[in-house]
Design a protein around this ligand. Sequence first.
Ligand code: ATP
Ligand code: MG
Length: 577
Amino acid sequence: MDAIIIGKVIDNYRITEVLGKGGMGVVYKAKDTTLDRDVALKMMDARLASDENFLKRFQSEAKALAKLQNPNIVSIFALRESEFGFCIVMEYVEGNTLADKISEMGALPLSRTLAIFKQLLIALDHAHKAGIIHRDIKPSNVMLTKDDVVKVTDFGLAKIQQTSAVTMTMGTGGTLFYMSPEQVRGLANVDQRGDIYSLGMTLYETLTGKTPFTESDTDFSIRQAIVEGKIPPPDRLRPDLPKDLVKVVMKAIDKDPAKRFQTAAEMWTALEKVQIPLPVVDKGTTIDRGGSRSFDPQTKSRRMVYLAIAGVTAVVLFFALRLWMSSPSTTLSISSEPNGSKVFFNGDSVGMTPLTNITVRPGNLSLRLDREGYYTKDTALVLTKGENVSIGVPLRKIQTAPPETAENFPPASSTKSGKAKGSQPKEQSKQTGMATLSLRAMPTGFVTVDGTMRSGNTNQVTTVEVASGERTILFEHPVYGSKILQLTLTPGETKTITCYFESYVSIQSLPVWGTIMIDGKNTDVSTPKDRYPLGVGKHRVTVTRAGYETVEGDKEITIMPAFKENVYQLVFNLRKK
Ligand code: ATP
Ligand code: MG
């Protein structure tokens, strides 16, 4: 049937090629002749399409799915019935699935994996907040564009499939590996934590190149392992994995849903904290040469040994250096959505997105994308020699005016600035199940609670009454990026939270009256300076004074968004030239 259907037209869709085959049927590429764009068309297996229960469910469910709009989720455009069967018309993604990537290259590099999974979690968070659970998260349902922008496919389709009386391949073979214990046991009320589990298992495979099951495992033994077996931690297969990351994976795949991350936002925050190991920097330890200088024969022979060791080391280093220089270089391709964003490497402008195959020095790289009207994105990458990294960065538009609709910004429940006017007394809040949040971004920023913007670009305190329970607060600075906080509020509780996108540095020099230089620029401020504000990012600080030089040279300081006001101390020793 695959060949026969190529070239056929279903309403305004002309089928052009087969993209792949899955448990529900075949996926085709097609041209939408009305809008002149490519689409993907998922044709249901004829056995499913003849099941009345399935069709009813399919139509009602697909309507809900079509409402899911997110840059990291494949959009559903339409449903069609044709002589070939029922089909879903969806966004066409030019790229590969994560499953293809893993089978092509095995375990993916750490920085790339984190960039992919953070986008995945943003997609899940969006869907879960809209009340939609994926139920079949696995590498073959994660598509990656050539720039590594993530597009999750098949949202919610597993639910429709399960209602069918026809037994399809769902829950066997590939899909089974990622199924949560509660899904395997066939429990009815599988919730968003089931998706967290499947995502954790997908992360396991992306980091190690393998699932924790072996080829020879039968469906039965896999089911048994999922429900009661012990899954070995992923660093058993890849020992260099950061411990924090191993913990994130193991928490996501805990057998008990209550012990997993409870939300995608919570897991995102945990991933955000994972530190990718940096290349070890030799600090150039000073050796005390003031010891005994006596020339006894024992010292002499020891010296010979030292000389020999130094000689051998030099030869080894020479060959290591030659090998290093002849090995393939690291290239980086960067795109953004939308493109046309300025790109900075360690603060230096290198061009505009899309950039392809730029040769870069391996090691630590701080990347900044800056486009007018969008939030600036700062990312730290660790590049390994010979690696070809390709990243796609979705940019977020700056909303100039806070949403005004009553639905988005209920005036009755929020008051700007200072104490909540007319807010309910504590006892009353307790009864109504409400809690009070006093939120502030410093020096300025937007504040969003559970997806609803509560404060525009300001440093004023915004006090809002919110329902108790789990709340997600997003602080966003127009330039410095964002920070998410997840917290559980009890009825009647009051919480004050300030997110700082700036920290202070106290810059001293001995002797005093040095000029402070930051990021190569003269600040016209002299030491001693107690509180010099520095925004989020990496900065180089030094002090200059005529006739003097600093003993320490430049000092590097990295400011991250934080929920407390940090003051860093920097002291420079000056010595006469
Ligand atoms: P399952 O049926 O369990 O989801 P699966 O994900 O492997 O299994 P399908 O969803 O049918 O199978 O997808 C088959 C293949 O079609 C995918 O592996 C992918 O290569 C391709 N594909 C699916 N959706 C799209 C899309 N929106 N754009 C481009 N290619 C797609
Ligand atoms: Mg699929």
